[in-house]
Design a protein around this ligand. Sequence first.
Ligand code: IVH
Length: 672
Amino acid sequence: MAGSIQETLAKLRSEIERHNRLYYIEAEPELSDFEFDRLLEKLVALEKEHPELVTPDSPSQRVGGTITRSFPTVVHAEPMLSLSNTYSLAEIEDFHNRVVRMLAAEGGQSSDMVAELKFDGVAVSLVYRGGLLVRGATRGDGMQGDDITANIRTIPTVPLRLDGPRNILGELGIADVEVRGEVFMRREDFDRLNDSRPEEDRFANPRNATAGTLKLQDSSEVASRRMYFVAYWLKGLQDESADHLSRLKTLEKLGFDTGGNYRLCHALPEIAKFIGEWSEKRWKLPYETDGVVLKLNDVRQWERLGATSKSPRWAIAYKYPAQQAETFLRDVVFQIGRLGTVTPVAELEPVKLAGSTVSRSTLHNFDEIERLGVMINDRVVIEKSGEVIPKVVSTVLEKRTAEARPIIVPEVCPECGTSLVKPENEVSWYCPDERDCPAQIRGRVLHFASRDAMDIRTLGKALVDQLVSLRLVRDVGDLYYLQQPQLERLDRMGPKSAQNLLRALDESRTKSYDRQLYALGIRHVGRATARELANAYPSLDMLVEAGEEEIAMVPDIGPVVAHSIRDFFSKPEIRELIQKLRDAGVTMRSSEKKELVNRNFEGMSVIFTGTLEHCDRQKASDLVMERGGRIVSSVSRKTTFVVAGSEPGSKLEKAIKLGVRVISEDEFEAML
Ligand code: IVH
């Protein structure tokens, strides 16, 4: 019996990995996403029934679920060097001549080079032992990086086990095999991710998004972001090939994606040709490349030529210049975001750039305008590089005319006339009228209705404009009190569309709790943060009551976000809004209760003070929360007890003064 289950599992696993390859590497999927998910679900379910049969290379291990509190430091077996960069073909020629000269001195070895694309992501190192992935690490400072294995495992194009014919694999048991390459995000996945984030926290480019994602504590969040890995370096196989080109081919046989776009070049003209070809072709790739890497093909020469302190002498990176265009700055308008932020936006004479027409571009803030020294009616240079949205990078001062007019910070909000303010230590100006500024209300309503929030498609911009300007909607709670006749009186609204809107609103009442939480538009709370919060606090009531320190202990939530959440729920108008939503039947709680280890701490609020001996405070807090208890930040009469470690702080004094029970670490452990 067990034999046949093992067989079924093995079959299912290789089937899934095959479809993984077809989808991510060959780009020729045979299954729909739905069918693929079904296969994976089947595997996960079967493994749940037979946990003893789960293997470390099972595709189920890619879905994540591990929470890593801090990433241990690892030392690279060989330093991870970076490359010297150049934007000039003349310098590529110098590099080539230099290498040829050095090799000539060594007895005239071949100076063939491999030209590869330079992937714009984050370098990582993977270690395989006995063919199994055992470690994934960041480059760090080149000597040591962070162990991010749990996150690396979730990347579909990272083989969990090396695959390939016997002659390549040889005896895998003994030495470690190390593979290096780049992790990156495709443009499309990057856009999707940014759409799910609050405006104030969007990533500037896919590379930043990748770096941020690799450092997440919750690996299931990493899995949901679809990262890619391409390999460009291999070391440690027993019969190691002596040329780089063969190593790239070996990597492919082992199951890695190399991107496939590399070429052996015998001489300089071929190198120039490769660079020329890809300067345009690269825009057709689904991911960002910012240049070409040239590597000497003969690996035996790598050590001979050696490296400077930072980069090897046998390789160089040619970087493509960013795509730029010059145009005319017609005007600057000021947009007010849902959080009141004033954003200056440049209105440009339409100009073609990297395949699209650009007529607007954000100027970010007034510090940026000052830095650029730009005026209305100036000629400006705009640029599209890794960033998806083009930006103004410089002012063409030589072309400034007498028509140039300074860009002035408006004194009052262009929407509601309230005097603008600039908080200390911030670069942006704000409209402080959170309650009544129509632009902020519109922004909040549109955010509430957006795809990743309540997903109310019928609630578009034109409709929201009307609802807000007619004062039918002053906060998102009002949406649930709209009546059919009111709606029918609006522009471009018939009985049918009014009905559709009411139905969509009705359905949104029971949308998942994490969406509802995200929809509230708390500053710095994006989709991912909302999911973590919903996990930690299964109902809005629990979150509203939680202390700042406690919230900061939720994975991937730092003090700034915790403060913003606390600040949000302390506002009386927000409490009113929550009541209004609740009265309207918006659920605001998880449908499934989080499974608790036991209920030993149910209803208790606990505080730690001083140093604990057996575990850190984070772990101790988790233990309490997993048992139904809560961690609070300050002692009050309502506190159930205080756990005092060595050298306790003022919380102990306060507890004694208020007559709150104080227990030792040993007593605490006994209660667990
Ligand atoms: S080889 C010693 N090949 O560029 C050579 N690097 O500045 C090590 N990169 O840290 C790197 N594409 O993050 C190599 N095809 C490629 C690459 C590549 C992107 C990145 C990598 C590295 C940086 C070097």
